[in-house]
Design a protein around this ligand. Structure first.
Ligand code: 13P
Length: 260
């Protein structure tokens, strides 16, 4: 955690929880957060599937739960003949504040390119929301010593040629693909090294102000057991949590991990 940047812990529910189950999960979280709320200097978001957004939004608002509503993806266009897609404009109308773009599962399973990810960021910003732009290397790339180059090129493709203030408002999630859902977490040293390198890359692209302000999350098998150590890394400004965010008690524990 580093000066001035509030930590952001986000729960990416992926394709889990129908809207009844989502409501139950958010009500459990609300109950756990009722006593004490979030620690100072921390923000949090939940990213349910599209079908649950409306029910979760109503539950968060009516109970004043200190969790921002997030989505997992969007289409770059505002409307049009894109069967099955959901636009950033539609998400903004539902009260969504943060949208994940370029998750490695979408890059790998849906063939999403750097260009498409960039266009999604444009759409998310166009509608006044905050992008969480995911970057990360495969195990083969890490073994070949190409992890830094891979992540730098993804950051440049998403954020190059943009105004410093815009870049400053982004969240970048460093998610090494080998750590996602594998139970194998990056060591705090490795996570810190990569988050610091991402900050350096942002500085080269958009200036020192953007580098100091941009928030860099880590994602990949984050749990209540490793969260405090990861959150203590100076260049790591939060976590993007998959599996452990589907259990209210575990996610609440991560939200409070290491807080004084
Ligand atoms: P896990 O926490 O399940 O490894 O998932 C990480 C992730 O992909 C979050 O976006």
């Amino acid at each position: 955690m580093s000066e001035g940047r509030p930590l952001l812990v986000s729960g990416n529910w992926k394709m889990n929880e129908n809207h009844f189950e989502s409501l139950k999960l958010v009500q459990e979280l609300a109950a756990l957060l009722r006593a004490g709320g979030l620690p100072p200097g921390r923000e949090a978001s939940v990213h349910p599937p599209f079908t649950s957004l409306r029910s979760v939004q109503v539950a968060l608002e009516s109970d004043h739960v200190p969790l921002a509503l997030g989505a997992q993806d969007c289409h770059p266009a505002d409307k049009g003949p894109f069967t099955g897609a959901v636009s950033a404009e539609m998400l903004a109308k539902l009260g969504v504040r943060l949208v994940i773009a370029g998750h490695s599962e979408r890059r790998t399973l849906c063939g999403e390119t750097d260009e498409q990810v960039r266009a999604k960021l444009d759409a998310i910003w166009r509608h006044g929301m905050t992008p969480i732009c995911c970057v990360g290397e495969t195990l083969e790339e890490r073994r070949a010593g190409e992890h830094l180059a891979k992540v730098r090129s993804q950051v440049a493709a998403a954020l190059g040629g943009r105004r410093g203030e815009q870049v400053a408002s982004a969240v970048i999630a460093y998610e090494p693909i080998w750590a996602i859902g594998s139970g194998e977490t990056a060591s705090p040293d490795d996570a810190q090294e990569m988050c610091a390198a991402i900050r350096v890359a942002v500085g080269e692209l958009a200036g020192a102000g953007a580098a100091a302000a941009v928030r860099v999350q880590y994602g990949g098998s984050a749990t209540p057991d490793n969260a405090a150590e990861l959150l203590a890394c100076p260049d790591l400004d939060g976590l993007l949590v998959g599996g452990a965010s589907l259990d209210a008690a575990r996610f609440a524990a991560i939200l409070r991990a290491g807080a004084r």
